[in-house]
Design a protein around this ligand. Structure first.
Ligand SMILES: NC(=[NH2+])NCCC[C@H](N)C(=O)O
Length: 482
């Protein structure tokens, strides 16, 4: 039987994924709420959609669902058609089962009375909505209700609860590990409703029905409830998908970061082993800082033997920090860039994990041993490691790329120094507009694209503090070992 959920690497040919197009809630963010809602700024919604995100959707459709999009663009983008092709509540919506939109899946499950009642009650309880509003919501048509539950905005324009502007970062709501679905437990209140909605979709939509027993929810244990508030703060479990990478069929990476706690990581290690999902789990501790909230903001994979990473976390970067007398007096343990990397193998004593001194050592081991690369491992550094571009470009997601297949990746157009480094390693940049033009004209077929960095316009998108890796939750990738 054909599988519809399976991910066993970061770079195998992408076949299905979940993405969410920026909804009207994003256009309601105001400056005083931006930080709490995890945006660095307010954005211009029309630009973000029609000049940036829609291009991402078109690229994905071309690569994953060619017949849906080929020949459809002129109509889809005609100003008279109000972008309805991209809107899940409209007749003209592209409705692909390869490029999947949670708002659409949600509208489908809301057709069932029982699911509708339970979900509306859960959301209203969480958002402390009045009973009267709850009743009004229950009467809305499913497509409208779905839109409202996500955006927080009623059809008459009233805001009934806050938006969830980060829902575009579908990576964070959960991760597919082989044929299991690991649900997140968000660290930030601003992302809680995303998680409630996702849970209902995964447990109730027929697309996931065969995988119901494979959904893993991580919850607190009973001891936790009796801890005092301070202890609870220290030992709570939060985990977001940007910190989890299914890097090889038998190997999972787990970041410990601003968003994913040590307690969460240790539970993931145990669960993976108990359920026999993967044998190797590597935990990578990065500094708990806003600038690198998840590990996927500091490195992602380009192909079997190629990675893009934040230079400050590299061997060179760390050695540079060590040079002075002051640094030597302070010592490595105080060097915030010195990552702590521990690998746990099923059956091996947990008190004796394998350690890696530098991130490159781990990534090289993955390329050579897990993924059987026949070529040396290569690294591309954010901003070409030039001062101060490494940090500038990491902030605008130079290290956060989505691989369509080995060597073909989508990144942002604004990270010029990183782009230049890609070019030097044989990954040629092309703008999304230009590539789409070639696809539209039939000058190039998506499957013919090799060794390419596709540059997505990003003036607005990058203000939301996430890149294409964050904006994707892969459901199905081809295996790298066929
Ligand atoms: N996987 C990621 N790196 N996601 C980025 C999420 C960005 C989002 N604004 C947040 O702070 O939550």
């Amino acid at each position: 039987m054909e599988k519809n959920i399976n991910v066993s690497s970061e770079v195998g040919r992408l076949r299905r994924l979940i993405i969410h197009s920026p909804d009207e809630g994003i256009g309601k963010v105001i400056p005083t709420k931006a930080q709490e809602w995890l945006f660095e700024d307010i954005i211009h919604l029309d630009t973000m959609r029609s000049k940036e995100y829609d291009l991402y959707v078109k690229l994905l459709l071309y690569f994953l669902d060619y017949d849906k999009i080929h020949g459809a663009i002129t109509d889809a983008d005609h100003p008279m058609n109000s972008r309805n092709y991209y809107k899940p509540d409209k007749e003209e919506y592209f409705n692909s089962d390869k490029v999947v939109e949670p708002q659409y899946l949600l509208s489908e499950i809301l057709e069932h009375r029982d699911v509708r009642n339970r979900l509306v009650a859960s959301v209203c309880a969480y958002e402390e909505t009045s009973y009267a509003i709850q009743d009004q919501l229950l009467e809305l048509p499913s497509k409208i209700l779905s839109r409202t539950l996500i955006s927080g905005i009623m059809p008459d324009g009233t805001m009934i609860f806050p938006p969830i502007p980060n829902f575009i970062f579908t990576r964070d709501i959960g991760i597919v590990v082989n044929d299991y679905l690991l649900m997140n437990k968000p660290a930030k209140a601003a992302r809680a409703r995303e998680s409630i909605i996702t849970k209902y979709i995964l447990f109730n939509h027929p697309a996931f029905s065969e995988y119901k027993d494979n959904i893993i929810e991580i919850t607190e244990t009973e001891d936790f409830f009796l801890l005092d508030a301070e202890e609870q703060e220290k030992s709570k479990i939060t985990m977001e998908g940007g910190d989890i990478m299914t890097i090889a069929p038998n190997h999972l990476l787990v970041g410990v970061s601003e968003r994913t706690t040590l307690h969460a990581a240790s539970r993931v290690v145990q669960l993976m082993h108990e359920k026999g999902i993967v044998e190797k789990v590597t935990v990578i501790k990065i500094p708990a800082k806003r600038a690198y909230m998840h590990i996927d903001t500091t490195f992602t994979q380009v192909k079997r033997n190629m990675w893009v990473m934040f230079g400050s976390f590299s061997r060179e970067g760390i050695k540079k920090e060590r040079h002075g007398v002051l640094e030597s007096l302070v010592g490595d343990s105080k060097n915030e860039y010195k990552l702590d990397i521990k690998q746990y193998i099923k059956g091996r004593d947990y008190s004796d994990p394998i350690t890696f001194e530098y991130l490159e050592d781990l990534l090289d081991d993955i390329s050579q041993n897990d993924l059987k690369s026949e070529e040396p491992t290569e690294f591309i550094f954010s901003g070409n490691n030039e001062f101060p571009y490494g940090r500038r470009e990491q902030w605008t997601d130079s290290c956060n790329v989505l691989a369509i297949k080995e060597g073909v990746i989508i990144g942002y157009d604004r990270n010029d120094k990183t782009t230049e480094s890609f070019r030097k390693k044989g990954i040629e940049p092309i703008t999304a507009e230009e590539l789409l033009r070639k696809f539209d004209k039939g000058e190039l077929m998506p499957d013919e694209v090799e060794n390419t960095l596709i540059l997505l316009p990003s003036a607005e998108l990058s203000r939301a503090r996430g890149g294409s890796h964050c904006m994707s939750m892969p459901l199905l990738r081809d295996s790298l070992f066929n």
